[in-house]
Design a protein around this ligand. Sequence first.
Ligand code: CIR
Length: 271
Amino acid sequence: MWIAITRDVSASLAGCQLSFVPRVPIDLDLARQQHAGYVRALESRGCRVLALPAQDDLPDAVFVEDVALVFDEVAVMTRPGAESRRGEGASVAPLLASLRPMRAIEAPGTLDGGDVMRVGRQVYVGRSARSNDEGIEQLRVLLAPLGYRVHAVVTHGCLHLKSAVTIVADDTLLVQPAWVDVAQFAGYRLIEVDPAEEHAANALRIGDGALQDGVLQDGVIHPLCFPRTRERLEQAGIDVTTVDVSELQKAEGATTCCSLVLRDLAHPHGD
Ligand code: CIR
């Protein structure tokens, strides 16, 4: 029903890109254990996980979300804003090509998957240090015939749009109001992160509100270290699976960034 593409942690993770968090030592073994726990969480939420081997020469390659966007109709290889990350897509593209028709963002466009949030047919794209106007425009042109509408969103003080806002249920967004103007999401139900948990807006939703064998399989994977925001999510009726991703957070990642989640069109009902 859902496929999640992941990639094992690079031996060189400590050399990752960092923009808004200070560089602190990363325990590589622990990062690998935590990543394995994340993969188990994906499986527990009903994903069939396709795990790519680590790319040890590419520090940020575990963050597969940034190199591609996957819709039901098409997959789009992005062109990451950080030059050090442009080699990561080459090994993801052949796998995606077996699952979707392929498109690509071309130079001088740049786009990171972490800047792209789909809510139904609306696609919000962060205009960030990583994603430029040209990249956003290319995506707009590419998706328009498929019935998606692209909206550019300015973020401030964070790496990606999905550092500031993620979808957690149909028409429900988890937001960090300090990093994005929430007025642009006025039509949605908004859940704010707890003020003490600055980085808590990045939740990974698995599900689409549909029943699976009569059971609603929909919920989010969320970092363990944000219990207050978790409580807010649960009070809003959202099913939360927590994962300890402390070492990946030191590399400025969280839960959406470590997978590409797509509908398994060959097995839409999990059979
Ligand atoms: C980077 O700066 O590119 C990586 N260290 C972190 C990327 C995290 N990606 C994401 O949240 N989508």
